[in-house]
Write a new protein. Structure first.
Length: 294
């Protein structure tokens, strides 16, 4: 029989819930409500109050080609960074689960990148991928001009995707490894007795049982790619060259804090929040049906 916690006085449960409610209201609902209000008004850059303009800020944003460019870039960034980080994490988790040489070391150190702050990580990758002094300078000596993220927008986008993916490989690795080790050994042993090799066991037995973890990481990684990429983009490329890496979250910062368009930036943040919610709903609506929970 399931035992449920009970309190002698009704107010004890409320007392436990109040701190969490206050935190959520203070750091989520109140800022979100302020952003909605600012997006409906014209915020004066040097003070003087707000002027109610309704949906004019949204109409101006949707008519801006540069904004749609940032949406397209954010979508490309989210797609490639998610595929790269999850693919590498799954491959490393499979190697560690098979207890290959060095697997115990990987198990310990693979989570470390996720603990590094995004600006510090971006600074390191900015040096590593610098065409004149980093690791890729060797490539440029063999093929002059092949790699230059300071001038080539595609190279710059590749740089930020690689840096962001490297940070989240360790995060995804932990979940994939836990899921792999949670699969009953009897299933893998039965497949091995039937003559299935390790690759066939991975494809037919392990991967179908990993679908809940894959779905969870897919939702988390896509969400984080839209909202947690600012530090890397700001340090590595500052949205350049020629706005080639101006993602949605960076454009919000640039228009709000450098362009002093507070109302427009607030409207962009509301659109970004709505986009993330819509993507999450679509994933639960169309992808979760392929998930095997049993």
């Amino acid at each position: 029989m399931e035992r449920r916690a009970s309190f002698r006085h009704w107010w004890i449960g409320i007392a436990f819930a109040v701190p969490q409610i206050v935190l959520i209201f203070t750091f989520f609902y109140w800022p979100a409500g302020q952003a909605v209000y600012w997006s409906m008004t014209l915020q004066q850059p040097w003070g003087g109050g707000n002027i109610w303009v309704g949906f004019d800020n949204f109409r101006q944003i949707f008519a801006d080609a540069l904004y749609w460019n940032s949406v397209a870039l954010s979508t490309v960034f989210a797609l490639f960074s998610t595929v790269l980080s999850m693919g590498l994490a799954l491959m490393l988790a499979v190697f560690v689960d098979r207890e290959l040489t060095g697997s115990k070391i990987y198990r310990v150190v693979m989570i470390w990148p996720y603990g590094i702050a995004a600006p510090a990580l971006a600074l390191a990758f900015r040096f590593i991928m610098a065409p004149e002094a980093g690791f890729l300078s060797f490539v440029n000596r063999l093929w002059p001009g092949l790699w230059d993220p300071g001038l080539d927008g595609t190279d710059a986008m590749i740089s930020v995707i690689v840096a962001f993916s490297w940070k989240y490989v360790g995060y995804d690795f932990v979940f994939f490894l836990s899921a792999l080790q949670g699969i009953p050994k009897a299933l893998k042993e039965a497949a091995a007795l039937d003559g299935a090799g390790w690759l066939r066991r991975l494809w037919d037995v392990q991967l179908p049982l990993l679908t809940p973890t894959v779905f969870f990481l897919l939702v988390i990684d896509i969400t984080e790619s839209f909202q947690d990429s600012f530090g890397i983009v700001d340090i590595m490329t500052s949205g350049g060259p020629a706005r080639a890496t101006e993602l949605m979250v960076y454009k919000i910062y640039f228009d709000g804090f450098k362009g002093l368009d507070y109302s427009g930036a607030a409207a962009q943040s509301i659109i970004l929040m709505g986009l993330i919610v819509a993507l999450t709903v679509l994933q639960f609506r169309f992808i979760e049906r392929r998930v095997h929970y049993k």
